[in-house]
Structures are given as C-alpha cells and as structure tokens.
Design a protein around this ligand. Structure first.
Ligand code: 3PG
Ligand code: MG
Length: 401
C-alpha cells in the first residue's frame, strides 16, 4: 500500500515558517563513552538538508538506550550533540526536557535545528501514550519519521504522534522501505542467507522467506537445530531440541513452496573453542559427541557460491559460525567476499541488515561493496517477517479516507 513520502509531497514546496518534527534513530552504538558507529546519523543528513533547503526549522527527536522511563544522564542525548553538529554541519540547539521544550522550539528560525533530550526518559514513550505524543506534536507543524531502526516499535514518537500531525516518511525511511519491498515483491531469483545463534528468534522470518525465495541458506547456531531435527549428532553444539518440530515444518514448507533450503554438508568442529588449532572438518553425520560446530566447511561455501551465482538478489542477516572468534570468522568473511565480488561485477543486488553481519562486513572492509546496508536490525527482520512495520503502517495512504 502506498505511504506518504516527504520527498514527493514537498518536492517543489517551500517549508519556510514551518517546524518539522523529525524522528530519527540516534541510538548510536557507544564503546567506552565514545560513539563507535555514526552510520545512523550520517544516513539522516539528506533528510535534514532537504528540509533546510526548503526553509524548515527542524526539531530532532530520538531515544537513546533503554533508560526505562527515568531521567538518567548515562542515557543523555547531550553526549552525542557535538557529533550531530559536526555531521549536520550546522549548529544544533539542545532542550534538556522533552516536555518543557515548547519555548525553545517556538523560537527556532527557518533552517535551525534543535535536538530534544532522550524520549525514553518518559515511560509514556514506550507506552505509545497519546497525551505524551500530542504534547510533542504541539511543537511542530509536520511530522517526519526517518527512524527505520525503531519503526518496529509501537511507541509514541513513532506511532501515536501521527494522529496529531500531517505525517510523512523521510528520505532514509523511504530508501529502507524500497529495499525491503524489493526483496518481498521480487519476481527475480533471490537467495537469502539467515544465520545467528537461535532458530527460536527467527521462526517467523524463516516461515515467510521459504514462501518468497528460491534459495534459503541457513547457517550459524540455528542450523544445528535443523541437523538435530533431521537425526544427525550435533555433539556439544548450540542446539534447541524443543524446536525440532518447527525445524521440520520449515523443511516441509520449503518443499511445498519450491524453495531450495540449503544447509552446510560439511562444517568445522572442535572439542575446545578456545583452542582453534584443534579443529577439524567433518561431514554432517560424522560429528562426535564431544565436538561442537564452529564454522561452515569448504563444500558448504561452494554450495553457497553456486546459489549466489544463480541469483539476482542476495539478502543476508545473521552471521555464520562463531564469527567473533578467529579463525571461525572465515566462513562469514568468505561469504562476504563472494557477495561483494558479485555485487561489484554488477551481477547481483545485495542487501544486508542486522548489527552482527554489518559489523562482520565492516571488519572485512567490504561495506562499500554491498548494494544496500540497512540501518535496521530488529526492524529489518520484522519487516521481512510480517511484510510491514507499525511505524510504516501509520504512514500508509488509506484509499477509503
Ligand atoms: C536499535 O538500536 O535496535 C533501535 O534503536 C531500537 O532500539 P530498541 O531495540 O531499544 O527499541
Ligand atoms: Mg534493538
């Protein structure tokens, strides 16, 4: 269903004298008090410029961490203020209390930007409280959601606020939706790689993907539950025996929908993850009780490459193997290289989403070789699972209206 887009509605319109409330995902990752990744911030710059060029004043709102409805300086957005100013190349005012920012917002002049303090200092934010949303809405004339990373949250600044102001998707949200829709509506051959540790967190995703993709490659810890379900010994590997029937139903669905479900036929195993030198390659079915799976094998990589070669779109979420521990990152790194090479050669359109894979690709210095890197983690997954998100649904154009 079509949704309201800032880029369309205001392409040729002035916004002089208007105040735009811009919901961004400024929940930037921090390490030892420093911002470790500015991607989410950098990605909202085009929307900010779009608004400034049309004369709008911008009221930037976001959450930061999970302060659980209490004021807590550890989660103050003030600590990222100078970084925001730097990236936006513009001075940014700051209002220390979301509910007492009326004066500062009303004094904003055209093109000026103010950042409000962490929305989650109020419990009403996560409760999707209408009064809280309506109070924030009084600060502006238009609402823009550019926070794809939070659009799976039915929170006041994402959901309830749209009842009170004309509401639109920002440029980043639009780009993210376009990319996920490209996957969901594609008539071309798609290969999806889904890794990560637990099948229990990705059941709905797998169930939806078997209906839409030609090749579904399952890796990481969750693949072990599939081996177990099919009767193979997985030794000490991470496994969720309670999900055996779910794994079998996904295998059955794959057959029903003509999806080629690919699981590694060979893997690296070790008796001690702390001792990489002691690992060996084993076929599934030959794993001993005191061994655990730590990475995919060479035959598996060949099968993955063949699937990718036969695709036009490749989507990857969740790492394969114990990627955070060298050398068990080799499987994930090799997959990243295969996808990057095909993307650079113009053979495929590649999309990755989810923090772990994005970091794995960045660690291999391959980020520039992917067609699209989503700023969403949970939201990217949920969109692929449910074909929509609460924050996007409220921007849809209702034909009956
Ligand atoms: C994220 O980092 O996943 C988003 O900013 C959403 O944050 P949340 O998972 O705390 O809702
Ligand atoms: Mg999250």
């Amino acid at each position: 269903m079509p949704y309201k887009k800032l880029s369309q509605e205001f392409a040729n319109q002035s916004l002089a004298g208007k105040k735009v409330i811009l919901r961004a995902d400024l929940n930037l990752p921090m390490q030892s008090g420093f911002i470790s990744d500015k991607t989410r911030l950098i990605n909202i710059v085009p929307t900010i410029k779009f608004l400034q060029q049309r004369g709008a004043a911008i009221i930037l709102i976001s959450h930061f961490g999970r302060p659980d409805g209490e004021f807590n300086q550890k989660y103050s957005l003030k600590q990222i203020l100078s970084c925001v100013q730097q990236e936006l190349e513009t001075p940014v005012f700051f209002a220390g209390d979301v509910l007492k920012a009326s004066k500062e917002c009303s004094e904003l002049k055209d093109g000026e930007v103010i950042l409000l303090e962490n929305l989650r200092f109020y419990k009403e934010e996560e409760q999707n409280d209408s009064y809280f949303a309506s109070k924030i809405a009084t600060y502006g004339d238009i609402y823009v959601n550019d926070a794809f990373g939070c659009s799976h949250r039915k929170h006041a600044s994402i959901h309830a606020i749209t009842k009170f102001l004309p509401s639109f998707a920002g440029l980043l949200l639009q780009k993210e939706i376009d990319n996920v829709e490209k996957i969901l509506s594609s008539k071309e051959a798609i290969t999806c790689l889904v890794g990560g540790s637990k099948i229990s967190t990705k059941i709905d995703l797998l169930k939806n993907l078997v209906k839409k993709t030609q090749n579904l490659i399952i890796g990481g810890g969750m693949a072990n539950t599939f081996y177990y379900a099919s009767g193979s010994e997985v030794g000490k590997s991470l496994c969720e025996p309670d999900y055996k029937d779910i794994a079998l139903s996904i295998i059955a669905d794959a057959k029903k929908y003509n999806c080629n479900l690919i699981l590694a036929e060979d893997v690296f195993v070790t008796k001690d993850v702390a001792n990489p030198g002691g690992c060996r390659i084993a076929k599934i079915g030959e794993i001993k009780q005191d061994e655990m799976i730590v990475d995919i094998g060479f035959e598996a990589l060949k099968a993955i490459e063949l699937a990718i070669n036969a695709s036009k779109i490749v989507v990857w979420n969740g790492p394969f193997g114990v990627f955070e521990k060298r050398p068990f990152n080799i499987g994930s790194e090799t997959i990243a290289r295969i996808i990057a090479q095909k993307t650079n050669g113009g053979k495929i359109y590649s999309i990755i989403g989810g923090g772990d894979v994005v970091s794995a690709v960045a660690a291999s210095c391959l980020s520039d070789s992917f067609s699209y890197i989503s700023t969403g983690g949970g939201s990217f997954l949920e969109y692929l699972e449910k074909n929509s998100l609460p924050g996007v649904d409220v921007l849809k154009i209702n034909d009956d209206a």
